[in-house]
Ligand binder design. Structure first.
Ligand code: FE
Length: 368
């Protein structure tokens, strides 16, 4: 149940004590008064509830988000009803609920997924000076339908025992025959890979992107399997020399309570790809105001709150990401220990519009 309105029902039976009325009189008065009072209450409290509620569908589930929501409610009086779920599951739900959806805002990860949701027509554009000023142009769309709210990078990790410093410096190196049998990746069809391939299509064209993908597949140490963390562990276990991972997984492993994770991170070296070229492939977690949002004004307020200094700290740090607002610096020792980097400046729209082509390439080269 997403909505949770409570009506303090106080229907009163006029000023007459019930003792002074006949039973029929009582019934009649009660019926009339209840009908009138209830409609009035719905009018008053219903509207009030609309003013003070935000229904959020979120694919994020980090403990720091609690503070974020509490602070928003404290600052605005707007209560947040939250439904958490998987990225695809929530999008399906928004689509099937259609015009009856109680959802006001949808938060999810990866520009590829945000773009797909936008293609499905679930977002409605907003005009917000705050969002346009706080979020760099590369991390929002000209259509104002969705916005990046925190950023992450797709980096490489190499085995310190097998790869000398400077020996692998770019995504292109993953396709170099020198590393035959030494590359681990997750499935090429995963949105993180599709977004990376989309960025290569944007910079180098589809042909070169396909040649690259073919080269990577030829270098694979094993069938693609598992998530990013599994690839890092495979490098640390000596199964491959190099792998790709989103930056926050690495920070999470550096900070981990598990000795195995920390030991794995000691064995590998983080490489920021393409520092001497276009820069590292960036992506976002983000969201937008939904087309059928019943509380649209609150939804815009919430989106604007998410780019405030305070919220950005919680939002980015919750998942070891970087704030989307460039002037803000996050205090995250694990991220800082990974060094500085040059971000690829392309607009996130490229990751969406090239996605289908990227999937076709993946299929053709057999990057399962
Ligand atoms: Fe992830």
């Amino acid at each position: 149940m997403i909505r949770n309105y409570t009506f303090p029902l106080q229907a009163r039976v006029g000023n007459l004590p019930i003792d002074f009325m006949t039973f029929t009189e009582f019934q009649l008065r009660l019926r009339t008064l209840c009908a009138v009072s209830f409609s009035a209450l719905i009018a008053v409290y219903g509207a009030h509830a609309q003013d003070k509620v935000l229904n959020l569908y979120s694919a994020r589930h980090y403990s720091t988000d609690e503070a974020l929501y509490t602070n928003f409610t404290k600052a605005t009086g707007i209560k947040i009803n939250r439904l958490e779920g998987g990225e695809d599951q929530l999008l399906q739900r928004i689509k099937s609920e259609g015009a009856n959806s109680p959802a006001d805002v949808f938060l999810t990860v990866d520009a590829g997924r945000l773009w797909l949701a936008d293609q499905e027509g679930v977002f409605a554009p907003v005009q917000s000076k705050v969002l346009n000023e706080r979020i760099p142009a590369a991390y929002r769309l000209a259509s104002n339908t969705w916005y990046g709210l925190s950023s992450r990078a797709r980096v490489m990790v190499v085995d310190k025992l097998k790869v000398k410093p400077g020996e692998i410096t770019s995504y292109e190196d993953l396709a170099d025959p020198k590393w035959k049998g030494q590359v681990c990746t997750r499935s090429g069809s995963h949105v993180y890979m599709l977004s990376l391939i989309s960025s290569i299509i944007e910079h180098a064209g589809a042909e070169k992107a396909e040649a690259w993908a073919k080269g990577v597949v030829a270098n694979l140490a094993r069938q693609p399997k598992g998530g990013d963390t599994d690839q890092v562990k495979a490098v640390a276990a000596g199964e491959c020399a190099v792998a790709l991972s989103n930056s926050y997984y690495l920070a999470r492993m550096i900070k981990s309570d598990k000795a195995d994770d920390r030991t794995a991170m000691e064995r590998v070296r983080v490489v920021w790809p393409n520092t001497n070229g276009r820069g590292v492939h960036m992506n976002v977690s983000g969201g937008g105001v939904l087309k059928y949002a019943p509380n649209r004004d609150n939804a815009i307020k919430f989106m604007e709150y998410l780019v405030s200094d305070e919220a950005q700290g919680y939002f980015a740090n919750g998942n070891n990401e970087w704030p989307i607002v460039p002037s803000l610096k996050v205090k995250n020792a694990a991220l800082e220990s990974m060094g500085t980097f040059k971000p690829d400046p392309i607009n996130m729209i490229a990751l969406g519009k090239n996605q289908r082509l990227a999937q076709e390439i993946v299929n053709r080269v057999g990057w399962k």
